[in-house]
Design a protein around this ligand. Sequence first.
Ligand code: NAI
Ligand code: MG
Length: 353
Amino acid sequence: MKVCVLPGDGIGPEIVAEAVRVLEALRSDGLALEMETAQLGGSAFDVSGSPYPEATQKLARAADAVLLGAVGGPQWDALPRPLRPERGLLGIRKDLGLFANLRPALLFPELAHASSLKPEIVSGLDILIVRELTGDIYFGEPRGIEVRDGQRVGWNTMIYSESEIRRIAKVGFDAARRRNRRLCSIDKMNVLETTQLWRDVVTEVSADYPDVELSHMLVDNAAMQLVRAPKQFDVLLTGNIFGDILSDEAAMLTGSIGMLASASLDANNKGLYEPSHGSAPDIAGKDIANPLATILSAAMMLRYSFDNEEAALRIENAVKSVLAQGLRTADIWEAGKRRVSTHEMGNAVIAAL
Ligand code: NAI
Ligand code: MG
């Protein structure tokens, strides 16, 4: 298994270093894994003049999975758009054809106090949002702003083809199979034809997954249910725009940005794995960033790209164990707990493995 490692900018190199050490620890236990490092984002621009250089493209295309830190920072904000760090990220996502975004909202019971919701509503929350990433109203044509009858009008096109819906539905059902076998598909079929098709196709795909319980929910109700009783869900399947909003809402239920992993997959389970947070330039280089989101992203990589549930669970259980031991980086620290650095947190996870 070949992994392309992209530390990126800001805290990226610090948190990725810890995830790499965790993977190395599993490798010394027999996990067959090769890792090669390349550059992406602002640091890539600094050395090569491109946020997604050719050498990185080659390595990313040849790899089975990509592990990324984060990109961006104020020192690159003045660059013209095509050279900016986030172009590197958009570039690699497009290049690898990553159409499925998987974002778990997982709240370890020890961190329930970090949520803005009551502990009894969120403690132990474990849901997964599967969001389509390359279609929908964000990409539909035609689009634009023009003057009609003397006033400006703006418009976009919400469009999904049956094949686009089918492939994301499969990812959703497959993910549900690895979890608690319940999938809730989100749409707005009462007013949008696109999402009537969405509901029809998802229902058709469900015939291949008789072991997964399918339900449907209108997006406005889903937004409400996520803050009212989020633990009712297992996997939520959404289009691009609904998923954009609902995945941020779900992420915030946990209140701990340093804990949230993510995956973006292509049709063959090749994936890019990264924490949901950014490059945190305000704390870069201080050895205080929380590496757990990146370590949990590495666990997702083992689960989804390498089909190694056992190794994924080993990492996740190690993370649970360090939290139970009372170790906390600054972002999740509370009185009475032991504050540790980025590197110490990595050490603790490896010890727990
Ligand atoms: P951010 O997620 O980098 O930081 C927001 C806040 O959370 C900051 O106070 C930061 O210190 C804290 N934080 C984030 N990750 C943390 C961690 N692992 N441990 C402890 N604290 C953590 O978002 P922000 O500030 O909006 O963006 C900073 C830079 O990151 C920008 O250049 C932005 O473009 C980039 N960015 C990159 C993303 C990516 O590479 N996928 C995603 C979001 C932002
Ligand atoms: Mg968003």
